[in-house]
Design a binder for this molecule. Structure first.
Ligand code: ADP
Length: 662
């Protein structure tokens, strides 16, 4: 086996690769940029080499610098991880020319799958089903429009060099085609330096099901499927294996097609063949089509590891070292069910804009595999993918792995940056998800107005009432013990409270017991057994024999509770205060619509208006950029620009006022 390898990547995947390599006795060399000097992957490595500035182009994308680093420290091989240089055949050649081993497929296999149109032509020739469409060279708009009409609307325009959903447009009627084509081409040209597109039939009840393949250059096997249908804007959010509703016939047909694809290009290493599936009539062996092949390890590989018991990184290392496949097809089988959730630093309540900043608190959940490269105190920087962790749960069946994911998410504690834990949990407990009724439109269909944790309704709001009352009781007992209380104003011990959640008032009676609390709610006794102590943000208890973990944060005259995808404000007040509140006047919130605020922290890259200019509702006022994503700030009403508060080029914080309109 290799004695030393270099990992040409960062973040969780660098840590993931190192964990396996180090357990096999292989020394690991990390590379790092300026922003990553103190990163976990650097701390974990046996040796680390600084390779340049924080921007990927100045460090993680510099093939020459990385190869030189590997040579200088005596590494024999380079693992590319995913992203960055992992699918770049020129990098493979540079590594091999330097006399090193590239842990992955050959440059020619990568090239064969590099462009979507060529890959589709190749697969079609090999008898692998591909989505009906036009994959040729002719890029004349009139010709492509004619092709689209022949395929039949709706169609999808896709950049042949695309990735991450960029350069992709859905067109539902011919009159919209020309405009959609122009914008897809422009996006593809600026994003990938290649404006060419292909046209394919849009599958209207689509599921994304992919097959993990593995080759040793001579033979190939598949390690079954992953369902990645839960996507937001064509980006995967939840992945699972096996796919809900998969039949043995369809699995065999998809596995065979994927192995054929791998064999046609003499594939060596881990790869994924992605298929789009028409699920309008359940899963059927004649309703799947090749989309593309990713010639690398995928983000979601852990779910496959969980159900097959295979360490895919260990297999990558063996095969790269020249060994044959460790197991053949007949020796591979599926055991149980696994789910992965991608935990991001982002703001679900604010159209999922990426978030940056310091993770003031991070407590990984002990209930699941967490692949993560950040620790408490680390910074989520604007330079790289804002993923905090991948959470993977495993169970005997799908329902057990879902239950474990729900518990694991409830136990994951993050503060300092916005994150999507509540959103992930709301997906997990969604009845349609639980049923396994998935399509790639799930999130768009079920959350048409975005995600608002405040509005997630709990099956059993009593949990929130009981937890808020219990926490409050302990708070009061402690306040009652404080010394030097002002005479006549001592904290009166009380057991009667009103818990106010939204406009619902529930009256409770709470008392401490030897094992926790007794809460009387609506004439019923709730026994709360807990060891919880004040100050612990995680309230773990057994309430009438049901285990719950609720995150509790102090808030104005009460608490903010985080539980199963819901974020609930619960005020705990005396019956007298509740009575008085009924007579209080409602004061409408101040109208802030004339102030245009930056929706996220970042760089103000463009100011599109001048002071005194008339603007219409919806008109672009400014553009903010963060995480390589541009977001337009538009006028929320028609008016005149009163003042420009921040100048082009300024660094902005979230909610900074950029422009005032009158
Ligand atoms: P990218 O490389 O940009 O990620 P893909 O070709 O992998 O693009 O497609 C990304 C996603 O777009 C898929 O997972 C699926 O949700 C959707 N998609 C792609 N092709 C089709 C199609 N023909 N019909 C319906 N949805 C599609």
């Amino acid at each position: 086996m290799f004695e030393k390898i270099l990992i040409a990547n960062r973040g969780e995947i660098a840590c993931r690769v190192m964990a396996t390599a180090q357990s096999m006795g292989i020394a690991c060399v990390a590379v790092y940029s300026d922003a990553d000097r103190a990163a976990k992957h650097v701390a974990m490595a046996d040796q680390a080499v600084h390779i340049g500035g924080s921007k990927p182009a100045e460090s993680y994308l510099r093939a020459d610098v990385i190869v030189a680093a590997a040579l200088a420290c005596g590494a024999e091989a380079i693992h590319p991880g995913y992203g960055f240089l992992s699918e770049n055949p020129d990098f493979v050649e540079a590594v091999e020319t330097a006399g090193l081993v590239f842990i992955g497929p050959s440059a020619s296999a990568m090239r064969a799958m590099g462009l979507k149109d060529q890959a589709k032509q190749l697969m079609q020739a090999g008898g692998v089903p591909v989505v009906p469409g036009y994959h040729g060279d002719n890029q004349e708009p009139a010709f492509l429009s004619q092709q689209a009409a022949e395929i039949g609307f709706p169609v999808l325009i896709k950049a042949i060099a695309g990735g991450g959903g960029k350069g992709m447009r859905l067109v539902t009627q011919r009159s919209d085609f020309a405009e959609a084509l122009a914008s897809a081409q422009a996006e593809a040209l600026s994003g990938f330096g290649n404006g060419a597109v292909l046209i394919e039939k849009y599958i209207t009840t689509p599921r994304h099901i992919e097959i993990q393949v593995f080759g040793d250059g001579a033979q190939a096997v598949h390690l079954f499927e992953r369902d990645c249908s839960l996507q937001r804007r064509h980006q995967k959010v939840i992945e699972e294996a096996p796919a809900p509703g998969m039949t043995p016939e369809m699995r065999a047909a998809m596995g065979q097609a994927a192995v054929t694809a791998a064999q046609m290009i003499g594939y060596k290493g881990a790869g994924t063949v992605e298929f789009i599936v028409d699920a309008s009539d359940g899963l059927r062996p004649d309703r799947f089509w090749f989309m593309e092949m990713n010639t690398r390890l995928q983000v979601e590989h852990p779910v496959t590891e969980a159900i097959t018991g295979v360490d895919l990184v260990a297999w990558q290392l063996h095969v790269a070292f020249g060994a044959p496949l460790p197991l053949m097809q007949a020796a591979l089988s599926i055991n149980g069910h696994a789910i992965e959730a991608r935990l991001y630093a982002e703001d679900p309540a604010n159209d999922f804009l990426p978030a940056t900043g310091r993770l003031s608190h991070l407590r990984l959940s002990p209930l699941a595999r967490s692949d993560s490269a950040v620790r408490s105190g680390d910074i989520i920087s604007p330079y790289y993918d804002p993923m905090i962790a991948k959470l993977i749960t495993y169970g005997d069946d799908r329902s057990q792995s879902i239950t474990r994911m729900v518990d694991a998410l409830d136990n994951y504690y993050i503060r300092g940056v916005n994150h999507n834990i509540s959103f992930l949990n709301a997906l997990m407990v969604h009845p349609r998800f639980v049923k396994g009724d998935l399509t790639t439109n799930f999130i768009a269909d079920e959350f048409p107005d975005g995600f608002h944790a405040d509005l997630v309704v709990q099956d059993d709001p009593a949990i929130a009432v009981v937890v808020a009352a219990s926490v409050h009781q302990l708070d009061c007992e402690r306040a009652g013990l404080l010394s030097d209380q002002l005479e006549g104003h001592e904290v009166e011990p009380s057991n009667d409270w009103i818990v106010a959640i939204a406009d619902q008032h529930r009256s409770v009676q709470v008392s401490l017991t030897d094992t926790g609390y007794l809460v009387e709610l609506d004439g019923q006794d709730c026994h709360v057994v807990t060891q919880w102590s004040l100050g612990d943000p995680l309230f773990k208890a057994v309430i009438n024999d049901v285990s719950v973990s609720v995150q509790v944060e102090p808030a104005v005259s009460g608490y903010r509770l985080f539980y199963r995808g819901a974020e609930i404000n619960a005020r705990v007040i005396s019956p007298r205060a509740a009575d008085l509140m009924k007579h209080m006047l409602f004061k409408p919130p101040v109208d802030m619509s004339k102030f245009l605020l930056s929706p996220m922290p970042g760089l103000l890259v463009k100011l599109s208006v001048n002071e005194g200019q008339e603007v219409k509702e919806g008109e672009e006022l400014a553009v903010v950029e963060a995480m390589k994503m541009e977001t337009t700030i538009a006028a929320s009403k028609t008016g005149k620009v009163k003042s420009i508060v921040l100048l082009e080029g300024s660094i902005v914080e979230q909610n900074d006022v950029v422009v005032e309109v009158e």
